[in-house]
Design a protein around this ligand. Structure first.
Ligand SMILES: *Cc1c(COP(=O)(O)O)cnc(C)c1O
Length: 369
C-alpha cells in the first residue's frame, strides 16, 4: 500500500459563515492529554466550564451545559426535548435556519406554524402575536442571528408576548453568542443553544445550551421520554449535576478548547467584545461603501458577525470567491436559496473579527474587481 503524505492544508483567513479562526491559545490547550470522564479533576473542570458558560450566556440557569455535537445538535436537542407529537410549534422563518427547525420539528411529530419574512428582514412582533392568537402553542422559535441572511432579530418584548400566551421562547444563538449582546435572563429566553466555531472562537463540535427554570418545569411534564436518546436532556443533566451518571464520553480536547474560548471572551469583557464585533463590521461596511458596493440588509437590522454583500452587476460570483481563496487565501461564502448568486457572506466572528483581515479582504477585492 502506498503511504499517504503528511497532512498539508493551506492556511486560510476564515471570513465565511463559520468556522471562524481559532486562536493559538485555544489550539494550545487542545493538546492537553485526555482525562477520565469521572476523574475528580475533570468533574471540577466541568463545574468551572459551566460557571463560565453561565457568565457568557448572562444567565443563572442551573441547566446550562455544552452538548456533544455542532450547533445543529443544539437545535435538535431543543426541538426533541421540548416538543411532543401534536404540540404546536411556531417558527420564525426568514432564512435557512428557520427552515431547518421546521424540518426537524416535523420529524418529531410537532404541528408547525411558520411565520415568514423575506430573507434579509426580521420577523415582526405582531406576526408572533397573531400566530399565538390563532391558538395555543407549546413553543415559539426565532433565529437571533440569521447567518444565511445577515439579519439580527430584535428580541425586545418578544418574551412577554410568548409567555403571555403560555408558550416557551426558544432562540438560536449560534452566531450571536459572544458576538452581539445575548442576555438570556434579561431577554426572557427559555431554551437557547449556540456553537463553538462562530463567535466563541473555538473549533466546531460542541453546542452550548441553556434552559430556564420554566423550561425545566416543561421538561418534567413530558408525557413520554424524549425520542432522541443521545440528546435527551433529562439523562444528560444527570451527568452534569451531582449524580455524575455516565451518559457518553465527552471529547476532552473540545471542552478544553471551549473553556479557553470562554475565558478569552470574559477576559476581553463581553461589552468590549460586542463593541469590537460592531466596530470591525462598521469598518467593513464603510470600506465597501467607498467602493460603491451595497449591502443586502437595512442598517438597523444588520448583524455585525455576518454581512451580506450585494454582488455587483456583471461580476462572476464563483470566480471572485475562487480567486480570493487561491490568490489571497481568503474564504468568504456565497448565498443560499433565494440569495444564491445575489450576495456574498462575509463573517467577522470571534478571532476572525480583526481589522487586518478586513484590510486584506478589501485590498484583494479591489485588485480582483
Ligand atoms: C451555523 C449555524 C447553525 C448550525 O450549526 P452547525 O454547527 O453547522 O451544526 C445553526 N444556526 C445558525 C444560525 C447557524 O449560523
Amino acid at each position: 500500500m502506498q503511504r499517504s503524505a503528511d497532512l498539508d492544508l493551506s492556511p486560510r483567513i476564515l471570513l465565511g459563515p463559520g468556522p471562524s479562526a481559532v486562536s493559538p491559545r485555544v489550539l494550545r490547550v487542545m493538546t492537553t492529554p485526555p482525562i477520565g470522564y469521572l476523574d475528580p479533576e475533570w468533574l471540577a473542570f466541568m463545574d468551572e466550564e459551566q460557571a463560565l458558560l453561565r457568565e457568557v450566556w448572562q444567565t443563572e440557569n442551573p441547566l446550562t451545559l455544552a452538548l456533544s455535537g455542532t450547533g445543529s445538535s443544539g437545535m435538535e436537542a431543543a426541538i426533541a426535548n421540548f416538543l411532543e407529537p401534536g404540540d404546536r410549534f411556531i417558527v420564525g422563518v426568514n432564512g435557512f435556519f428557520g427552515n431547518r427547525m421546521c424540518d426537524m420539528a416535523a420529524r418529531y411529530g410537532a404541528t408547525v406554524t411558520k411565520i415568514e419574512a423575506p430573507w434579509g428582514e426580521p420577523i415582526r412582533k405582531e406576526q408572533i402575536a397573531d400566530a399565538l392568537k390563532q391558538g395555543p402553542a407549546k413553543m415559539v422559535a426565532l433565529v437571533h442571528a440569521e447567518t444565511s441572511t445577515g439579519v439580527l432579530q430584535d428580541l425586545t418584548g418578544v418574551a412577554d408576548i410568548v409567555h403571555g400566551a403560555g408558550a416557551l421562547l426558544m432562540v438560536d444563538c449560534v452566531t450571536s453568542l459572544a458576538g452581539v449582546p445575548v442576555k438570556i435572563d434579561a431577554m426572557g429566553v427559555d431554551v437557547a443553544y449556540s456553537a463553538t466555531q462562530k463567535c466563541l472562537g473555538a473549533p466546531t463540535g460542541l453546542a452550548p445550551f441553556t434552559v430556564s427554570p420554566k423550561g425545566v418545569a416543561a421538561l418534567e411534564k413530558r408525557k413520554k421520554p424524549t425520542a432522541n436518546w443521545y440528546l435527551d436532556l433529562a439523562i444528560i443533566a444527570k451527568y452534569w449535576d451531582k449524580n455524575r451518571a455516565y451518559h457518553h464520553t465527552p471529547s476532552t480536547a473540545l471542552h478544553y478548547a471551549l473553556r479557553e474560548g470562554l475565558r478569552m471572551a470574559l477576559e476581553e469583557g463581553l461589552e468590549k467584545r460586542w463593541a469590537r464585533h460592531r466596530a470591525n463590521a462598521e469598518y467593513l461596511w464603510a470600506e465597501l461603501a467607498k467602493m460603491k458596493i451595497s449591502l443586502h440588509v437595512a442598517p438597523e437590522h444588520r448583524l455585525p458577525p455576518l454581512t451580506t454583500v450585494k454582488i455587483p452587476d456583471g461580476v462572476d460570483d464563483p470566480g471572485v470567491r475562487k480567486r480570493l481563496r487561491e490568490e489571497f487565501a481568503i474564504e468568504i461564502a456565497g448565498g443560499f436559496g433565494p440569495l444564491a448568486g445575489k450576495v456574498w457572506r462575509v463573517g467577522l466572528m470571534g478571532f476572525s473579527s480583526r481589522r487586518e483581515n478586513i484590510a486584506a479582504l478589501i485590498g484583494a477585492l479591489k485588485e480582483i474587481l
